[in-house]
Write a protein that binds this ligand. Structure first.
Ligand SMILES: NC(=O)c1ccc[n+]([C@@H]2O[C@H](COP(=O)([O-])OP(=O)(O)OC[C@H]3O[C@@H](n4cnc5c(N)ncnc54)[C@H](O)[C@@H]3O)[C@@H](O)[C@H]2O)c1
Length: 334
């Protein structure tokens, strides 16, 4: 049987970049994605299967056809606001379907999983930078679904010998436009793509709250380039292959940038000033979310290489422009 890695949600933003990193390392990559949240993108380095992560028939086919070395589990609903309105579909997609996936994995004796967790499991920060010992008290159903899966993984590790790496991402950002990969969510709620859209189209940019106790009054977040994030997955996988010990680990840079800082860099990159409107604070927005990166550095000797803000925004802008040109060309052809 041919060895492969299975990447659920591999057609999405972070998943697609990770499939590229895995393919570059020489792994045969099988993607399972239902395309509910992603565009059909060209991923010539992977084998793409169209389907749901809880489709047991399809999963059995994949696990019988390949010797799956590990499952990279990205597939989930991710929009925090939506999770408040529709917790049922979030618990179904993010938790129940993960339980089905894990059951089929165990049936086929596949016992390694790299799980996309989130800094949302921590909830309101009690201190920053936040390490992995920070109390977990998620404030949204989305964050709770991530924590629920973490508990599941812990219990399955103890009972069934599952080896897992739970990667708690901070803000994934940036693009690899040279491979046609970038950030696109529906609805888009992430700062950099929102700024790029608004600034290039001459629309207003909204800042939610400028009276926080931060240097310039706006919220501070830890932006990690998706290419660095993808590399962290490769390292977590190698660690699981070598040692069966499970891991819970933050993936951020340890450096925070305020909304105004990101805005200034984006204006610079777009060579255009933004029309800014300051709005009231949003409920639940923490003033500062920054990762403590010590564990990541100690265990993986990992240093982010592409996560300076200028590189992040420049790459995101290049992809944004590339997509715009593609859409224009399509429009002309039609
Ligand atoms: N984007 C971030 O900054 C961030 C931060 C923390 C954690 N995460 C987590 O990382 C993961 C990936 O996030 P992303 O930004 O790439 O999101 P994304 O929406 O771009 O990717 C998710 C992919 O999963 C697929 N999917 C969803 N439900 C599915 C199902 N039942 N069956 C098959 N495919 C399904 C979607 O079609 C999509 O391609 C998610 O689990 C998310 O919670 C993301």
């Amino acid at each position: 049987m041919k060895k492969a890695v299975l990447v659920t949600g591999g057609a999405g933003y972070i998943g697609s970049h990770t499939t590229l990193a895995l393919a570059i390392e020489g792994y045969h990559v099988v993607i399972l994605d239902d395309f509910s949240q992603s565009q059909t993108v060209d991923l010539p380095w992977a084998e793409v299967m169209h389907g749901d992560i809880a489709d047991v028939v399809l999963l059995n086919i994949i696990f019988k056809r390949y010797e799956i070395q590990a499952v990279f589990h990205f597939a989930a609903f991710i929009e925090v606001g939506e999770s408040v309105k529709r917790p049922r579909s979030f618990y179904d997609n993010n938790v129940s379907k993960t339980a089905t996936l894990l059951a089929v994995m165990l049936d086929h004796d596949v016992r390694r999983i790299i799980f996309s967790s989130s800094c949302a499991v921590y909830g309101a920060p009690q201190y920053v930078p936040m390490d992995e010992f920070h109390p977990t008290a998620p404030v949204s159903p989305y964050g709770r679904t991530k924590l629920a899966v973490e508990f599941m993984l812990q219990d399955y590790a103890r009972a069934y010998g599952l080896g897992y790496a739970s990667l708690r991402y901070f803000n994934a950002s940036g693009a690899q436009w040279e491979h046609g990969l970038g950030e696109q969510h529906t609805p888009e709620t992430h700062l950099i793509p929102l700024l790029l859209d608004a600034i290039t189209q001459g629309r207003e940019v909204y800042i939610f709250g400028d009276d926080y106790a931060t240097l310039d009054g706006t919220c501070v977040r830890d932006y990690v380039h998706v290419r660095d994030l993808a590399q962290a997955h490769v390292l977590a996988f190698k660690q699981l292959l070598n040692k069966s010990e499970s891991l819970v680990i933050n993936v951020g840079t340890g450096v925070g940038h305020s909304v105004r800082e990101v805005l200034a860099v984006t204006e610079h990159v777009c060579r255009r000033a933004a029309k800014v409107q300051v709005m009231p604070r949003r409920l639940g927005d923490a003033p500062v979310l920054v990762s403590n990166t010590q564990r990541m550095q100690e265990i993986f000797c990992w240093q982010p290489e592409h996560s300076d803000l200028m590189t992040i925004v420049t790459s995101a802008y290049a992809w944004h422009q590339q997509r715009r040109q593609e859409r224009q060309a399509l429009h002309v052809t039609l």
